[in-house]
Ligand binder design. Sequence first.
Ligand SMILES: NC(=O)c1ccc[n+]([C@@H]2O[C@H](COP(=O)([O-])OP(=O)(O)OC[C@H]3O[C@@H](n4cnc5c(N)ncnc54)[C@H](O)[C@@H]3O)[C@@H](O)[C@H]2O)c1
Length: 266
Amino acid sequence: MNKYKNFLHCDLKGRNILITGASGNLGTEYAKFLSYLGANLILTDINISKLKENFKGKVNVKLFKLDVSNYKDWQKLYLKLKSNKIFVDTLINNAGYTNHSKKENFSKDFFKLDEKSINEVFKVNVFGVLYGCKIFGKDMCLKKKGVIINIASMYALQSPKHHLYKNTNISAPITYAASKSSVISITKYLGTLMAAKKVRVNSICPGGIQDKTHKKLWLKRFGDNNPSGRMGETSELLNTIIYLINEKSSYNNGSNIIIDGGWSAW
Ligand SMILES: NC(=O)c1ccc[n+]([C@@H]2O[C@H](COP(=O)([O-])OP(=O)(O)OC[C@H]3O[C@@H](n4cnc5c(N)ncnc54)[C@H](O)[C@@H]3O)[C@@H](O)[C@H]2O)c1
């Protein structure tokens, strides 16, 4: 936990933060970090067992199964929290259909993509974000208080370099890139719509973040194509998360912050 020590001045006591996809690689890190700073957390994921494995019994943490692509799931969660008088003041739309998801459909060649594979990715990456913003953004607007952070990707802004993926175990399909571009569009639309209600909606575009599934060949290729010479670390996203949550960032709205080691500048 020492790595979070430098952020102790960012006290989050009394804040109620909902994170989607909280059992994933980045979601777990966000949750541990924000919990360390004293926030009350509402952690959700479609994979509830992994969520329980990581967070069961932790103080100030509530766990819920939520399929972000299912509107009714969102409604049920909203009503449950409302009946417990919990107002979500911060929503981090982090869940994503990624390389770690159902791989077979995700990795399909563009010309082999069928309707189901296309829909699956958009339902999670786009509809999931829209539903969350709609259901929890409404109360934020009514209370004139709230922060929404949508997690996009560097591929929302730029095409992947297709040749880098050859003979690797990962892929960057068009559905991922196009759905993440929509996340930025949703962010701009809602940031401008909600600004007058004192609700801030911003997005983040992380570059490639290293995890244990990445192999040597990929790490070398990625590093050679990034001014920083490497993939990012999960901890390198935290400063931006806390920056956007912080009320002092009151003039940040409808913006997108790129954290990619310089990838998009080259
Ligand atoms: N890791 C990276 O390099 C990177 C880079 C750019 C953007 N991102 C984005 O950051 C977010 C988190 O990425 P990650 O690396 O932790 O991915 P991950 O695959 O480890 O985590 C994603 C989480 O979302 C959950 N999820 C998937 N479908 C869901 C659904 N229908 N409902 C609810 N939860 C669902 C998964 O169970 C998983 O826990 C994603 O939106 C991803 O696109 C990641």
